[in-house]
Design a binder for this molecule. Structure first.
Ligand code: NAD
Length: 177
């Protein structure tokens, strides 16, 4: 395996500027990057509103917007497994060979370390605002969120009426007695 290839895995619900900054940073250390779309089976919930396909479009357009060329990355959807202990092998089976794992997620760090991969913890970029949880909260509360995601991501979310979807699935059923 000659290529210096790394991997980063994220739910990207939605893709935001923190993801793009951390992806840019990893290219200081690798020639090619595998970007795993985690929890690919999930969509239409309050915590995971967007489908894997929608997240792939968001990411592809956001990387192009940031002049990251498509021959330098592979985007691969990865469904979750109920078994943490074999998840790193599951990821390995689905992806091109890689040497280094980039993750700020402690469970991801642990599972790849146990499989003897090199694990690097990237710096955090404005984690209070650049977080999927915070962005989805703003969407539901009608607060400003567009500036926290790439322009192309905001456009896609608006085109698919993502805010309408998120608000609807986040509604609690009214119990009338
Ligand atoms: P995420 O979208 O929250 O983050 C993706 C990556 O970007 C992380 O490394 C995170 O540290 C980084 N990041 C996010 N915001 C940042 C910021 N502002 N500055 C710098 N870095 C930032 O996704 P996640 O929750 O870490 O994704 C992990 C995925 O792996 C999930 O889909 C999870 O289900 C999956 N997973 C599955 C299993 C299993 O199936 N058994 C086990 C472990 C993990």
């Amino acid at each position: 395996m000659n290529k210096n290839r790394g991997i980063i895995i994220g739910r990207m619900q939605p893709v935001h500027n923190g993801h793009i900054q951390v992806i840019k940073k990893t290219f200081e250390e690798v020639d090619e990057l595998i970007i795993g779309i985690g929890s690919a089976q999930l969509s239409h919930t309050e915590t995971d509103p967007f489908t894997a396909g929608e997240r792939i479009i968001m990411l592809t357009k956001a990387l192009a917007e940031n002049d990251i060329h498509s021959d330098s990355y592979y985007i691969i959807p990865i469904v979750d497994l109920l078994m943490n202990s074999v998840w790193a092998s599951h990821v390995k089976m689905l992806t091109p060979p890689f040497k280094k794992v980039f993750s700020g997620n402690p469970l991801v760090q642990r599972l790849f370390t146990e499989e003897n991969y090199l694990v690097s913890i990237p710096p955090l970029f404005d984690r209070n605002q650049l977080s999927g949880t915070e962005i989805r909260r703003r969407m539901i509360m009608n607060e400003k969120w567009e500036h926290l995601v790439p322009k192309s991501t905001a456009k896609i979310i608006n085109e698919i009426n993502g805010i309408g979807r998120l608000k609807q699935v986040a509604k609690k059923e009214l119990i009338i007695k």
